[in-house]
Design a protein around this ligand. Structure first.
Ligand SMILES: N[C@@H](CCC(=O)N[C@@H](CS)C(=O)NCC(=O)O)C(=O)O
Length: 216
């Protein structure tokens, strides 16, 4: 099965998919779209990704966007190792943790939203920083509580799930924005644990082929 991942090294939504592909031990080709240069908005990429955002994958030429949908497709197509528990309520709990990040935090702090705050609403860098911190703080507080209730080393129980695939990139984003993580010790502990797991290490932004270390 040929899988092409369209992404960008610093894109946290692409990072989610890289982690899951690695956990599933799948080979994939990466095509980069430099978000700083607006390459994701061009007609060529829009022909693949109607929403003009990364990531998208192409599976045998069939495009698929939205990282949560991609993670679900991976789980259904490659069930081993599982990234969702077996029990329906437990599966829903894991999804709800993943969606705190993918629905409640990330869309509010996305590049195009921050750009609009600056250019259309005259927000200062200080205001943008406060905005990012506000939504990340609310989401992380909820997750910290849920991990306390359900986690045993990872977001849910004792092995990585799609919630961890979403959490680790969001912590990476938080550090980029210098968000104070001291109120979320359970989340930071998961991040530390994942730094010892090859699938997470190989998915990290700084080791991607398109990583250039520049600010975006
Ligand atoms: N809901 C989408 C979000 C995708 C998304 O927002 N990707 C970001 C990078 S992490 C992007 O392409 N941003 C470009 C922009 O905002 O202009 C997903 O989970 O795949």
């Amino acid at each position: 099965m040929s899988i092409v991942l369209h992404g960008y090294w610093r894109s946290s939504a692409s990072y989610r998919v890289r982690i899951a592909l690695n956990l599933k031990r799948l080979c994939y080709e990466q095509v980069t779209h430099d978000l700083r240069r607006g390459e994701h908005g061009g007609a060529l990429y829009r022909a693949i990704a109607a929403n003009g955002l990364v990531p998208a994958i192409e599976v045998e030429g069939q495009p698929l966007t939205q990282s949560p949908a991609i993670l679900e497709w991976l789980e259904e197509s490659y069930p081993t190792p599982p990234l969702l528990p077996h029990d329906p309520m437990q599966r829903a709990l894991v999804r709800s943790m993943a969606l705190i990040i993918a629905c409640d935090i990330h869309p509010l702090n996305n590049l195009r939203v921050l750009k609009a705050l600056r250019s259309e609403f005259a927000a200062s860098e200080q205001a943008v920083q406060a905005w990012v911190g506000r939504w990340m703080g609310e989401g992380f507080a909820a997750l910290e509580r849920l991990v306390g209730e359900h986690g045993k080393g990872f977001c849910f129980a004792d092995s990585p799930t799609i919630a961890d695939c979403c959490l680790i990139p969001q912590i990476y984003n938080a550090r980029r924005f210098a968000i104070d993580l001291s109120a979320y010790p359970a989340l930071v502990a998961i991040d530390e644990r994942c730094k010892t797991i090859d699938a997470f290490v190989r998915a990290a932004p700084e080791v991607q082929p398109d990583a250039d270390g520049a600010a975006s």
